[in-house]
Design a protein around this ligand. Sequence first.
Ligand code: SF4
Length: 226
Amino acid sequence: MSHLLSKSKYIRGLQCDRALWLDVFNPRLARYSAEQMRRFDRGREFEYTFKDTFPDGIDISAELKRNVDAYPGLTAMYLDKEEEVDLFEAGFLYDDVLVLADVVHKDHDGFLDIYEVKSGNVLSETYKRDAALQHYVISHCRSINRFCVVYNGADGVNGSNGFSVVDLTEELAAQHDEISRNIAAMKIILQGTNEPDTPTGQHCVTPYECPYQAHCRSGVRQLALF
Ligand code: SF4
């Protein structure tokens, strides 16, 4: 089954309805700076370092590559087995939202420990929002034991090998109603055939540098190609 929203699109939609619409209908207009690309690379390196602490982990993305809509099916196949398993990039789909969890550990009883890995050195609100969407989707698919954010800071509870690991399970579960409302609002935005005419402003750089700034300043608006 195909998805409408992903984690990155949801986060984009929280920042700006126009950015969400562009991400879905014309992502080629996005322009990322060299610094943003370096930050993505640093994030991936930190994530790989944490994944190395699960030597038997099975990487769903290595098996299915860009066929992300197949991730939930293969993930379910591994999770339905009786034995314990560690999965990387495990896919879950609920409410038309597909999320890929960085690291999932399933215990003998079928409960999941989930680790969302962030390379920043502060546990920011944006990290929590990101994790909250994942908790919303995954908890409607499987039983979660705990949902942790792993980051590169010294202000959290120190886990193994110098990673800061913070269990946010209760805090994230309390946000489900709000997330459900956000998703419903985003679905309405994506029914629009015209690019929203949201003006530029402070939201274009906070909390993230929007990659559509050059496009929006050009004054040209797009039509959706369904
Ligand atoms: S540049 Fe600003 S107005 Fe345009 S899509 Fe991005 S956040 Fe929205």
